[in-house]
Design a protein around this ligand. Structure first.
Ligand code: TXA
Ligand code: MG
Length: 351
C-alpha cells in the first residue's frame, strides 16, 4: 500500500488534506495523526472491520482494547451505558485534554474495539488537528499510539513513518507533540476513581476534582510482579522497549554518574555500542559512549517530552546497552518512571 504523507499546520488546519483524511476514516481506512500526547493510529471505532485493521497494522494482541476519541460531549450518551457523577466531573475538568476515562459501554460499541470488555475507554483530545479530524469525519475514532506493538510511542511523524509507512492509508505530519507520554487513564466505573495508567493529568489534579482516587496495583509496583494483573490490558505487555538493553541507575546523582561511567567503560571495552541518557544538568559528566540529554531536571515536562524520542534515537544508532539516570516519582515524574521502568523491563540498579 502507498501511504500518503501530508503535512498540516496546527494553526491552519482547515485544509483539503484534513478533509481527505476524514474521508479515508469514514470509508474504513487508517490515518495516523498527532494528538497532544503521542501520535495516534485512527480508524472508525464503531466499525469492526476498520478497527480490525488497527490490530493488524500494529501487530497488537486482540485482547488489548482501543481508546475511542470524541470531539463532543454528547458522544458520551451514545457510547456509554451510564455516565457516573465522577466521570462527568473529570470530563468537564480535563476535556479536551490528555485524560482517558473508562465507562461501562453501550451496545453501540463493538467488542472488537473493547477487546471483549464490557467497558469502553473514551478521550477527547485537545490537539487542534486531532479534534478537527474527529469533528470533520463525523465518526468516533478508535486510536492507539501509532507505533508497532512493543515499540516506544511516536512523538514525531518521523517515528510513525518508521513504523507505519506502506501499511496505512495516510500519515498526517503535525510536528512534534507537546506532552510526549500517553494520556492518564482513570476508571470511573467503581465508586472511587482508579488510575490505570499515570500521565500528564496527575493524581493531585484528579483529587482536586473528585476528592478521592485509587491506583491500580499494577501502576504502583516498581517491579515486575507476576501476581499483579493490570486492569488496563495493555499495561501487561512488554512495552516502549528499545532494542538495546536498558538499565536504570537509581541513587544519589554523583553515585549514579560514577556507576554509569563505569558500566559504559566496561561495555565499550567489550566492543558494544553504548548509549547514555543524561540530563542538561549532568550531560558534561559523561565522557564515553553516545551521550544524549533527555531534558532538564528543572522542568520534568521536558523529560516526558524527550523520553520516547531518545529511546528511538538509540535504536537508530544501534545501541547495544543504554544506561539512564532515574527521575523523581512525584507528579509527572510518576508517569515518566512508569514508562521508563517498563522500557527497561524493570531493570534497576540501586547505587
Ligand atoms: O494518549 C493516548 O491515550 C494515546 C493517544 C493516541 O490518544 N493513545 C493510546 O492508546 O495510548 P494505546 O492503545 O496505546 O493505549 C491504550 C491503553 C491500553 O493500555 C489499553 O489496554 C487501555 O488503554 N484500555 C483501553 N480500553 C480499556 C478498557 N475498557 N479498560 C481498561 N483499559 C483499557
Ligand atoms: Mg500504545
Amino acid at each position: 500500500m502507498k501511504t500518503q504523507i501530508v503535512t498540516i499546520d496546527s494553526n491552519n488546519f482547515n485544509t483539503t488534506e484534513l478533509k481527505e483524511a476524514a474521508e479515508i476514516l469514514r470509508k474504513g481506512g487508517l490515518v495516523a495523526f498527532p494528538t497532544e500526547t503521542v501520535y495516534g493510529l485512527g480508524a472508525d471505532g464503531l466499525n469492526t472491520e476498520a478497527s480490525g485493521k488497527i490490530y493488524a497494522a500494529k501487530g497488537r494482541p486482540s485482547d488489548n482494547p482501543l481508546i475511542i476519541h470524541i470531539a463532543d460531549f454528547n458522544a458520551l450518551n451514545e457510547l456509554t451505558a451510564d455516565c457516573p457523577e465522577n466521570g462527568r466531573k473529570l470530563a468537564e475538568a480535563f476535556w479536551p485534554g490528555p485524560l482517558t476515562l473508562i465507562f461501562n459501554k453501550s451496545s453501540k460499541v463493538p467488542y472488537s474495539t473493547t477487546g471483549g470488555l464490557d467497558t469502553v475507554a473514551i478521550r477527547m483530545p485537545s490537539h487542534p488537528i486531532a479534534y478537527e479530524l474527529i469533528r470533520k469525519s463525523g465518526i468516533y475514532i478508535a486510536a492507539p499510539s501509532a507505533n508497532v506493538s512493543g515499540r516506544p510511542s511516536p512523538t514525531k511523524a518521523e517515528h510513525v513513518i518508521e513504523d507505519m509507512n506502506g501499511i496505512i492509508d495516510m500519515i498526517i505530519n503535525g510536528g512534534k507533540v507537546d506532552i510526549g507520554l500517553e494520556s492518564t487513564i482513570v476508571d470511573v466505573t467503581a465508586e472511587i476513581p482508579t488510575i490505570l495508567r499515570p500521565g500528564y493529568i496527575t493524581e493531585e489534579m484528579i483529587k482536586q476534582v473528585v476528592g478521592e482516587v485509587e491506583y491500580d496495583k499494577a501502576v504502583l509496583s516498581r517491579v515486575q510482579d507476576a501476581g499483579v494483573k493490570p486492569k488496563a490490558p495493555g499495561m501487561k505487555y512488554k512495552h516502549y522497549a528499545p532494542k538495546g538493553d536498558l538499565t536504570i541507575y537509581e541513587g544519589n546523582i554523583k553515585s549514579v554518574i560514577d556507576a554509569i561511567n563505569q558500566s559504559a567503560e566496561e561495555k565499550l571495552k567489550a566492543g558494544f555500542k553504548v548509549g547514555i541518557i543524561a540530563t542538561d544538568e549532568t550531560f558534561s559528566y559523561y565522557q564515553k559512549g553516545s551521550v544524549k540529554t533527555i531534558g532538564t531536571r528543572k522542568d520534568e515536562s521536558t523529560i516526558a517530552r524527550g523520553l520516547f524520542e531518545i529511546l528511538r534515537d538509540f535504536d537508530s544508532e544501534g545501541a547495544d546497552y543504554i544506561f539512564t539516570e532515574s527521575f523523581s516519582n512525584n507528579r509527572l515524574g510518576q508517569a515518566i518512571m512508569n514508562r521508563l521502568l517498563k522500557a527497561a523491563g524493570y531493570h534497576i540498579e540501586k547505587v
